[in-house]
Each structure stands twice: as C-alpha cells, then as structure tokens.
Design a protein around this ligand. Sequence first.
Ligand code: CP
Ligand code: NVA
Length: 311
Amino acid sequence: MTKPRHFITLLDLSSDEFRTLIKRAMQLKTERNVDYQPLKGKVLAMIFEKSSTRTRISFEVAMAHFGGSALFLSPRDTQLGRGEPLEDSARVISSMVDGIMLRTNLHQTVTTFAEHSRVPVINGLTDIYHPCQLLADMQTYFELRGDIAGKTVAWIGDGNNMCHTYIQAAMVLDFKLHIACPQNYTPDTAIVAAAGNRISFFDTPNAAAKNADLIVTDVWASMGQEEEQNLRAGAFKTYQITQMTMQAANNDALFMHCLPAHRGEEASAEVIDGLQSVIFQEAENRLHAQKALLELLLCPNYVKMNANTVL
Ligand code: CP
Ligand code: NVA
C-alpha cells in the first residue's frame, strides 16, 4: 500500500505548494460553482477531543460544497474515549472513509493516527501546532497585501501552538518573525532553532511590533489550560495588544487572531474591532483554504487535470 499524503505541520508543504494552495483558495472563494463537486461520494471523518466552531464548520461545509460529507466523532461517543488503541482506531476508521481530520490534546495522537491510516490525515489543532489556521491567515495576508516573503510579522503573547505554527510559516514562506512572550511562556526551543535567523525575540510588545506588517496574538490560556487562567493573566497583562502596539507597527499593518478572542485580555476591544483588524476575513478563509487543502490531499489528479479550468 502506498503511503497517503498527510498534513500534520506546515513543513509538509513546500513553499511553492503553499503559495499554489493560497492562490487556489482565493480562486475557490471568488469563483464558486455549485456544480463543482470533486469529492462527490467521499467522506471525511472529523475527530474532536476539544471544542471547535470554525474548524468543524469549515471542514463540514467544505465537504458539503464539494459533494462529499463529514462525520463528527467525539471520543465521548466512540470507543476512542474508552481506550481502544489509536493504532487500531486509525486502521478501522481509515478503512471506511477517505480522509481523517483530528483535533487532539497530544500532537502524538495525530502522528500515531497518520502512521496507521491508509487515508490522508489532517491536523485540526494539537497542543503543538495549528497548521490549518495558518493556511487561512496567509491567504488573508496575500489577499490584502500580496506575497508575505520578506515582510515582518510580530507574534505577541503565548509561545503556544499558534506561535509554533507561525514559526514554521516563516520558514516555508520566508518572512521575518518577531516574538515577544512573557518569561516561561516562550515557544519550544527546537522549533525556534529549526527556523534559524528568521526569528528574533523582543522584551516588549512595542519593540516586537516595530517595523511589523502584521501583528498576531492568541488567547492567554489555550484549551486545556483553563485552570491556569489567573496565573497567566498576571504574567500576560503587559502583553495586551493595544492601539499603542498597533501604532508601533508599520502604518498599513494588519491585526490577526485565530479566534475565539477575549476583548480586554490579549487585545483591547479597540484593536479587535478596529480598522486594522481582519479577523472575520481570516475566519471565513478557513473554509476556502481548507477546500484547497482537501483538493490537494483527496483528489490530487483531479486538481492537476482542472488546474486551468474555470470552476
Ligand atoms: N481558530 C479556530 O481553530 O477556531 P475553532 O476552535 O472554533 O475551531
Ligand atoms: N491556542 C488556542 C487556539 C484556538 C484555536 C488553543 O489551543 O486553544
């Protein structure tokens, strides 16, 4: 059996593939044709160990628009929650569906699934990475400002799964990443080291924002860290993105956040709802970017054949 192609981190894409995927997502967004159903009869299993609004809806709608369907599976209602080995679950589920998307606590759950799956596995967020979100973020940047190569992005806040994924995006798309995180909340050193001199660390949000074309942040406490909320609120209080932070950046800098957001915590309401914020375009692009991803993984020949046709 040939190994299927998975999407576990952004490093699974070459820079050409990432750019092609963004262009394709933009085309799918602007030229929607309801008769274009490249995944007719195909099924995507979606396993969620954690909550989701955007990821669930965007994958489910993408499959429906493409003529296929999606199954929502939670460990609570499947044998996964009762200890059936991941290896067995991956073999069984992948024998009946055409693709599997997982949102899990441990990153290793997704990699183990991928190892034992005979169909493509997509990472819908783990404790370490959130690659699908970056497809949408980068599509949004390309739509509004063009190619991000050589630009500067500032990540301000927790060195979490989103921060790690921005580090990998900087590697694949070749932009500079400024990072400002409170002490003890810095990103994984091995992930940082792999990105080389594209990454620089700063002591304050304003210093990181200087010369930035895009400012990005995320919640102080990610899913599964709810009990640390108070502790983190103390550590992160000087890391809130305010109008002052936006003013320290370039005049045409954009503000992004993967959502859900907490106004008055990681960013002020003024910034989240301000003129530089593109959070809702970013959220909508989850749908379009993931359609392009599903094409790439689930119907690669079909895409090649139709690369130049109007949708
Ligand atoms: N940004 C994101 O992944 O949102 P959900 O948690 O709602 O899927
Ligand atoms: N860092 C956040 C992202 C949510 C989309 C979390 O993991 O909860």
